[in-house]
Ligand binder design. Structure first.
Ligand SMILES: Nc1nc2c(ncn2[C@@H]2O[C@H](COP(=O)(O)OP(=O)(O)OP(=O)(O)O)[C@@H](O)[C@H]2O)c(=O)[nH]1
Ligand SMILES: [Mg+2]
Length: 421
C-alpha cells in the first residue's frame, strides 16, 4: 500500500481560501461544523458548499431541523443556485415537530415521524447512506445538517446526541461520506460547548463584524493552535451566494497610466469622478472575481491629490501600483506615491500598462527603474483594441490581462495573511 492510499479523499468546498485553510477541503469520513454567532449567515455557507459539491457530482443529504425541504429549496433558489443536475435528498426532522400536515411525497424526502428521537434520525441517515453506497461505490456523499444546535435544543440532555456524533462519524467512514453541521452558539454551558467542539474534526468559526453584512470566517482543526488561526471575510449575495470579501484594494500610479481604464474594465458597474479626462476624486468598483468580491478604489494620478492618497493607503489591504511602460517620467513619480500609500508594508503588485505601444519599456527595465524586488509580481497589460482608444477617455483593457492582475493581487494578499499567522 502506498502512502497516498492511506489519505482519505478530500471534498473541496470550492469556496476560495476555505479550502486552503482546510488543507484541500473536507476529508471523507470527517465531521465538521460551521460554528457561528447568532445573526451570521452560516446556512448560506452550508448551502454554498452543498451546491459546489453537488455540481461536482457528489450526492447530498440535507438533514433539516428548522425548515421544510420546500423552504430549503426556496433558499437555494434565492442564492441563484440551479439544482436540476444535483442529487439532493432530504431527511426532514422538522415537519413533524410543528405538526405540519405532511404533503411532501417526493421520493427524495424521508420524513421523521418523531422529530426528537436521535436513534430514528441516525437510522434514517444510515438507510440513505447505505442505499447510496450500494447504488454507486464511487460516488461520495456530503451530509449537511442545518441546524445541529436547533436540534440539540429539543433534548433535555443533549449529551446523548453529542455521543451520537461519534457513531455518525463511523457511519460516514463506512459509506464514503462526510458531514458538515451548522451550529449556532447560544448561551450554552461551557462544558457542553467544549464537548461539542471536541466531537468535530474541524470547526469553521463565523463571526459578525462591525461592517455588516460582512462576516469573518476562521478555521480550527484538531491540533491547530490559536496562533495558526486564519481569517477571511465573506458576504452573501442573493443571487450569487458566498463571496470571499476583500474590502479595499487601492490602485495608485501616475497621471494617465490607465487606472480608470483598469477599474472600468474590471467591472461594468464602476463609477468615476472624472473631469477633462482625468480623475478628480475616486474611481470605485465592486469587482467579482473567481469567488471573491473586491472593492477597488482608484486614486487620481495628479500630485495635488496626494492627501487623499495618504488616507486611502492607510485603509488599504492591498495595492495595485499602476504604471505605463511608455512614461518614464511617471515611473519616477510613482515612487513617491508608493511611499505615500506605504505599499512596501502591504501586499502589492505592479501593473505595467500600454506594453504594446511603440517606445514601451520592457518589464525588466520598468522593474529596474522603479527598484521593485524580484518577489513582487509585475503584470503586463494592453488595450483590448488599439483602434478603440480615444484621447482622454478611459478604454477597455484586455480582459485576460485584467484577470491576471486580479489573480496576482489576491494571491499576494492571501499569502501575506497566511505568513502573518
Ligand atoms: N493605447 C492604450 N491607451 C490606453 C491604455 N490604457 C489607457 N489608455 C488611454 O490612456 C488615457 C488615460 O487613461 P485613464 O484610464 O484615464 O488613466 P488614469 O490613470 O485613470 O489617469 P488619471 O486619472 O488622470 O491619473 C486614456 O486616453 C486611455 O484611453 C492602453 O493600454 N493602451
Ligand atoms: Mg483616472
Amino acid at each position: 500500500m502506498t502512502v497516498t492510499d492511506l489519505t482519505p479523499p478530500v471534498l473541496p468546498s470550492k469556496i476560495p481560501l476555505l479550502d486552503d485553510y482546510l488543507r484541500g477541503g473536507i476529508r471523507v469520513g470527517s465531521l465538521g461544523a460551521f460554528w457561528s454567532e447568532v445573526e451570521v449567515e452560516a446556512s448560506a455557507l452550508a448551502l454554498q458548499t452543498l451546491y459546489n459539491r453537488g455540481k461536482e457530482g457528489d450526492r447530498i443529504i440535507f438533514v433539516s431541523t428548522t425548515k421544510k425541504p420546500k423552504q430549503i429549496l426556496q433558499a437555494l433558489s434565492e442564492l441563484g443556485f440551479e439544482l436540476a443536475s444535483i442529487d439532493l435528498q432530504f431527511v426532514d426532522a422538522y415537519s413533524s415537530l410543528v405538526n405540519e400536515k405532511i404533503q411532501e411525497t417526493e421520493n427524495n424526502v424521508t420524513i421523521l415521524t418523531s422529530s426528537n428521537h436521535f436513534r430514528q434520525l441516525e437510522r434514517a441517515l444510515e438507510n440513505c447512506l447505505k442505499r447510496a453506497s450500494e447504488a454507486s461505490t464511487k460516488k461520495r456523499t456530503l451530509v449537511v445538517f442545518d441546524s445541529f444546535s436547533a436540534y440539540l435544543d429539543r433534548f433535555d440532555s443533549p449529551f446523548v446526541v453529542i455521543d451520537g456524533l461519534t457513531s455518525l462519524k463511523k457511519l460516514f467512514q463506512e459509506t464514503n461520506a462526510a458531514g458538515i453541521l451548522v451550529f449556532t452558539q447560544w448561551a450554552y454551558e461551557q462544558t457542553l460547548v467544549e464537548k461539542i467542539r471536541a466531537a468535530f474534526d474541524f470547526v469553521i468559526e463565523l463571526k459578525s463584524t462591525s461592517d455588516k453584512p460582512v462576516y469573518a470566517m476562521s478555521v480550527y482543526s484538531q491540533g491547530t493552535s490559536q496562533a495558526n488561526r486564519r481569517l477571511a471575510y465573506f458576504k452573501v449575495l442573493k443571487p450569487g451566494g458566498v463571496r470571499i470579501y476583500i474590502p479595499k484594494i487601492v490602485v495608485t500610479g501616475p497621471f494617465h497610466a490607465g487606472k480608470t481604464s483598469f477599474i472600468h474594465s474590471a467591472s461594468k458597474g464602476a463609477v468615476s469622478a472624472d473631469r477633462l479626462g482625468t480623475t478628480v476624486a475616486l474611481d470605485f468598483a465592486h469587482v467579482g472575481h473567481k469567488g471573491f468580491l473586491i472593492d477597488i478604489f482608484g486614486t487620481p494620478g495628479q500630485s495635488r491629490f496626494d492627501p487623499l492618497l495618504q488616507k486611502l493607503g492607510g485603509q488599504a489591504i492591498g495595492i495595485i501600483v499602476f504604471v505605463s511602460a511608455t512614461d518614464s517620467i511617471g515611473l519616477n513619480r510613482v515612487r513617491s506615491q508608493m511611499r505615500i500609500v506605504k505599499s512596501e508594508n502591504l501586499p502589492y503588485v505592479v501593473a505595467v500598462n500600454k506594453v504594446n505601444l511603440r517606445g514601451a519599456l520592457s518589464l525588466a527595465a520598468v522593474r529596474n527603474l522603479m527598484g521593485i524586488p524580484a518577489r513582487i509580481p509585475m503584470i503586463p497589460l494592453k488595450a483590448k483594441s488599439l483602434a478603440e482608444v480615444r484621447p482622454n477617455l478611459p478604454c477597455e483593457l484586455d480582459p485576460q490581462d485584467v484577470a491576471n492582475v486580479l489573480d496576482k493581487v489576491i494571491l499576494q494578499i492571501t499569502k501575506f495573511e497566511s505568513s502573518k499567522s
